[in-house]
Design a protein around this ligand. Structure first.
Ligand code: APR
Length: 248
């Protein structure tokens, strides 16, 4: 029933843009941030995921990141990622805007992808600007707790957005531009609590577009959405893709 209603909404309201958060990757074994078992229940983001924390003690931040990068690289796309890629290929999804840094949408086959919080794809030297692919970073982490720059020896910073850091301007501009043109914005697996991304659904609503939300638990937009499905992203999106004849 829920998937049928959502499939109908997607078919009738094109273009449809999708905004994802950590909830789309939990079924790949990657914990989210703010649900009761989320990462921020165990680690203080100000201590491990903020720019001041990284500048004060980069080795400490890497002690948090090192196991996380390994976990992200070993994770596999789940049915939610695959369904979104299939829906894009079938012409039902124009683009995916993701807050996730895990590369799982790209690995699932999504092509029109906007990574507003960066990703683990590369890390950059804050001192000289040298950029390193994740394979080099992982190789460096084999024999060091924190990866150092080959050129100048400074500790590299992951190319993910830390709290207190500006988002990549081109990515956030593209996200708002897509949301402003979307007739339907489908939010999947996000608490919609972190700005500026939390304002993306507002952009769609202000332009006269509609919202649909797949999320376990509440979001600040629940009273302004045409449809709220409080359940598994993998299950619901798998069923929606099947309803629309989009096969991964
Ligand atoms: N299906 C649907 N919803 C789910 C699932 C699932 N399988 N698993 C978890 N959720 C829901 C959670 O209940 C929660 O409401 O997904 C939401 C994830 O919210 P957050 O943990 O806050 O993650 P997110 O919204 O992506 O956080 C935004 O905050 O810490 C920063 O940079 C980090 O990108 C992140 C940003």
């Amino acid at each position: 029933m829920d998937a049928t209603a959502l499939a109908r909404l997607i078919r009738a309201n094109q273009p449809c843009v999708v905004l994802t958060g950590a909830g789309v990757s939990t079924e790949s074994g990657i914990p989210d941030f703010r649900s009761p078992t989320g990462i921020w229940a165990e680690f203080d983001p100000a201590e491990y995921a903020s720019l001041p924390a990284f500048r004060a003690d980069p080795a400490k931040v890497w002690r948090f990141y090192k196991p996380r990068i390994a976990m992200l690289m070993n994770a596999q796309p789940n049915a939610a990622h695959l369904a979104l890629a299939a829906l894009e290929q079938a012409g039902f999804v124009e683009a995916v805007v993701t807050q996730n840094i895990d590369l799982l949408h790209e690995r699932a086959g999504s092509r029109n992808l906007v990574e507003v919080h960066g990703s683990i794809r590369t890390a950059t030297c804050p001192a000289c600007g040298s950029r390193y692919p994740r394979e080099d970073v992982v190789a460096k982490l084999e024999y060091a707790d924190a990866p150092a720059c080959d050129r100048c020896g400074a500790i590299l910073k992951p190319d993910v957005v830390f709290f207190g850091e500006l988002l990549p301007a081109d990515a956030i501009e593209r996200a708002f531009e897509l949301a402003g043109r979307a007739r339907l914005l489908l939010v999947v697996g996000s608490s919609l609590e972190v700005h500026p991304v939390a304002a993306v659904p507002e952009e769609t609503l202000t332009a006269g577009g509609r919202l649909a939300i797949i999320n376990k638990g509440p979001t600040p937009y629940d009273r302004r959405t045409d449809l709220k499905l409080d359940g598994s992203a993998a299950e619901i999106l798998g069923a929606v893709a099947a309803e629309l004849g989009a096969h991964s």
